[in-house]
Structures are given as C-alpha cells and as structure tokens.
Design a protein around this ligand. Structure first.
Ligand code: ZN
Length: 212
C-alpha cells in the first residue's frame, strides 16, 4: 500500500486544497475491497460516482480493516508481555470496559460494556491489557455469546488464574434499526471459568462488584 500524507485539514476556499483533494481522489487503499463496496453502492440504487460517495469505498475498506483487526491480533502475546509475579489473593475486577463489535449475521455494530474479573494465582496482568484482550475478540465478526466466552477462555488460559468471570452487556443495532426494532433492549451474556463457575460465593462477590 502506498503511503500518502494524511489530509487532516481541508482548506475549502483555496486553490491548493482543490488540487490536493483531486489528487487524493485517486488514492487506492485496497482495490478489491473498494470495488466490492462500489458495486454494493450501485446495487442499493446509489450513484457511486457522485461527489459525496467517491471516496466512500476507500473509507469503508479502511474502516472494515480496523473493525476486523482482531483477526491479526494475539491475546496470548498481549497477556504474556504484561504478566508479572505478585502474591495477590484477592479478586481483581475491571468494570465498564467499552467495546464495539459487529454481528456476524448482519455485519452491523453491537456495542456495550464488558466487566471482567479474575482470581490471581501468583500472577497479575497490567489492567489495560484486559481491555485490549476484549478488543482482540470484539474486532471481528461475532455473536455476543462467543465473544464473551472467547475473552474468558483466553484470560483463563494465559493468565494462569484460579478463575475468570466475564459479563457483557450490549445493544445490537441489527435489533434496533431493523427486525424487531427494539431500541431499548440490551443483551447480557456471561462466561464463568474456574472458581467463578464452581464457587457461588466467588461468583456473587463478582456480581456485587459489577453492580455497585
Ligand atoms: Zn445481527
């Protein structure tokens, strides 16, 4: 991919801006993806060559790459780089981790918050890494239930914890904008591993943390 300077400001009234924009119209980011988006625009009855849509295939291709960048990220790498020995026995809870994903049925966004807890077994991980692990699996085509258990399984496997708990609450735009059009509904999913699965007290301690 050719590296082009990023256009961060548009000076609409100058002659310079006009020539700069005309040049950036020729920018190619991913020819195949852009062609697919362009034909999709035609299929829905749009004119892909009208001014407002001319750069849309390029923008959609870039956005799609970002929104699915989780496929090329490794939860194991993220966790192992930030794992350190610490004699902590208490539960660690990270609440309200914002996430954005896309449903695999409609390729429409679903988004919400994740709450993650774990019971360390001699090792703790940098807290920001837990949020990054959520992104590794959120930035793919997903169903919320699988996303939840993938986050739990990855943490359980690479953290060497006594247990891991993940609760996710999300709004699905495919339900809000189409289908049943229920704007206010939200979906809650949970995955409990290790002590969170076997010990009801551990589980309810976690649930009380994420409610408070
Ligand atoms: Zn959907």
């Amino acid at each position: 991919m050719a590296e082009k300077p990023k256009l961060t400001q548009v000076f609409t009234n100058s002659h310079y801006a006009t020539s700069f924009e005309a040049e950036s119209d020729d920018e190619v980011y991913d020819a195949r993806k852009e062609a697919l988006v362009k034909s999709m625009l035609g299929e829905i009855g749009e004119d892909p060559d009208r001014e407002g849509l001319r750069r849309t295939p390029l923008r959609v291709a870039k956005a799609m790459d970002f929104l699915t960048s989780g496929y090329s990220m490794s939860a194991e790498e993220i966790i192992k780089k930030a794992l350190f020995a610490e004699d902590v026995k208490e539960m660690v809870v990270v609440r309200d981790i914002e996430f954005y994903s896309m449903c695999e049925h409609h390729m429409l966004p679903f988004f919400g918050h994740a709450h993650v807890g774990y019971l360390p077994d001699g090792k703790v991980v940098g807290l920001s890494k837990i949020a990054r692990v959520v992104d590794v699996f959120a930035r793919r085509l997903q169903v919320q239930e699988r996303l939840t258990s993938q986050v739990a399984d990855a943490l359980m496997e690479h953290l060497g914890a006594h247990g891991v708990a993940v609760v996710m609450e999300a709004s699905h735009t495919c339900m809000m904008m189409r289908g049943v059009q229920k704007q206010r509904s939200s979906t809650v999913s949970s995955a409990m591993r290790g002590t969170f699965e076997t010990d009801p007290r551990t589980r309810s301690e976690f649930m009380s943390f994420i409610k408070g």
